[in-house]
Write a protein that binds this ligand. Structure first.
Ligand code: 2P0
Length: 408
């Protein structure tokens, strides 16, 4: 953190991605971003996936400005404006007698944000991005308290990235959204041997954004209405599986909820389709592995895109990686990224020291089906970084500008 001078202040923060186990799909209030159901997620380690944001205020800045991944963005964005005005409102409420803070509130703001993962991978970045912005602004203006409600105003799923470990976003009942906020269920240290493999699928197609997709589901899907009746029970069941580190149940609840989300998407009219043939192949492979193991060894979850998030225990990582290498061969020496794959301790699939692929005889080998795999684990919530991690020069402009054409 840079110290406050009379002229400027800079803050840099990092924030994590989260992946929902019980999905958020559908709003009861579009403007306030209030969901129809509560959701549960796991926050992922920032070593592999994170947003970084530097925010700065200065009496010398001429106008509010924002850059995302090196490209300037319009400040005329209702959600962005809502996040900034809500943080400033909290600040005014708490610090109205402090002249220095009042000055800062008048000064123009520069925001610069970057992800440490390729945008081309199609991994959700808005959750990490808005959580990071809210966290950084809260430090800049000296606001504490519940930030998840403000992050929610940027993007619904962002409210869950305010906390590490396993997180519930309670949908709340209040019309104004006062009780629609996230809370931690258990921290990232609760289930130390849980691992996540993100299978980044080679896919060029453009997908319907979540905001639009879920709105269409609310308007047209009867299955969504039925899903909403069942979600409270699933939330209780998965909370219990998480508390007890019961992987078998955790896996089944996670896979069923992902399948239900995509069934709702197909029940939307016209249908919204996020899963590709490769996604379906991964689903079949996971069920074949689990069946052969006589208990769940791996679980999948898919968001609004074709990439698979696989959950498994550390002891099973080498076996599952071997199987993935076999079915999705790649010549990329950097195919597996992130955490080191542990050495094999014992054999879980079929007899012998080698995986017996004949038990998966129905499944084809698909070369280059995946771009790469990220091996990661649950992680903590947002953090403040040292000033040498900052993304802005001392004059308040991006250190890294991306001048290429096209929009991110
Ligand atoms: C989730 N997703 O729970 C679900 C599962 C995608 C599938 O939350 O309109 O980008 O900004 O509130 O948060 C993605 O939706 O939508 C999402 P908005 P958001 O993670």
């Amino acid at each position: 953190m840079d110290s406050f001078t009379d002229d400027a202040e800079f803050i840099t923060c990092d924030s994590p991605v989260n992946i929902a186990l019980i999905k958020y799909w559908g709003k009861r209030n579009e403007k306030l971003i209030l969901p129809l159901n509560s959701s549960i997620s796991v926050t992922l380690s920032q070593d592999e996936l994170r947003a970084r944001t530097t925010v700065a205020v200065s009496r010398n800045f001429k106008e509010d400005k924002m850059w995302l991944n090196g490209r300037e963005q319009s400040m005329k964005n209702a959600r962005l404006q809502s996040v900034i005005s809500n943080i400033k409102r909290l600040c005014r409420k708490r610090k109205s007698d402090n002249d220095q803070v009042n000055d800062k509130l008048q000064w123009k703001l520069h925001i610069c944000s970057e992800n440490n993962f390729p945008t081309a991978a199609g991994l959700a970045s808005s959750a990490a991005g808005y959580a990071c912005l809210v966290y950084a602004l809260s430090k800049l203006y000296g606001v504490d308290g519940d930030l998840s409600k403000i992050a929610r105003m940027g993007s619904g799923s962002a409210c869950r990235s305010i906390y590490g470990g396993f997180v519930i976003w309670n949908k709340g009942e209040a019309e104004g959204g006062e009780d629609s906020k996230a809370e931690q269920i258990v921290s990232e240290t609760h289930w130390p041997d849980l691992r996540v493999l993100i299978l980044v699928v080679s896919d060029q197609t453009k997908h319907t954004g979540s905001t639009v997709g879920m709105q269409a589901s609310v308007e047209t899907s009867q299955l969504l209405q039925q899903r909403l009746q069942g979600v409270p029970k699933q939330l209780e069941k998965i909370k219990c599986a998480i508390q007890n580190k019961d992987f078998h149940s955790f896996a089944e609840i996670t896979m069923r909820d992902s399948n239900q989300l995509h069934a709702v998407c197909m029940d939307t009219y016209p249908p919204v389709s996020y899963l590709t043939d490769i996604s379906h192949h991964i689903i079949q492979l996971v069920h074949a592995i689990n069946q052969d193991n006589n208990s769940n060894m791996v679980a999948y979850s898919f968001d609004a895109g074709p990439n698979a998030f696989l959950f498994l225990q550390e002891k099973d990582v080498p076996t599952v990686i071997d199987i993935l290498h076999y079915f999705y061969p790649s010549s990329d020496p950097n195919f597996i990224r992130g955490l080191q794959v542990p050495a094999k301790r014992d054999v879980h699939v079929s007899a012998g020291n080698q995986v017996d692929y004949t038990v998966f005889s129905d499944l084809k080998v698909i070369p280059r089906a995946l771009k790469f795999i990220i091996h990661t684990q649950p992680g903590p919530g947002p953090t403040v970084k040292d000033s040498d991690c900052g993304l802005l020069t001392k004059d308040g402009f991006p250190l890294n500008l991306n001048n290429a054409n096209g929009k991110i």
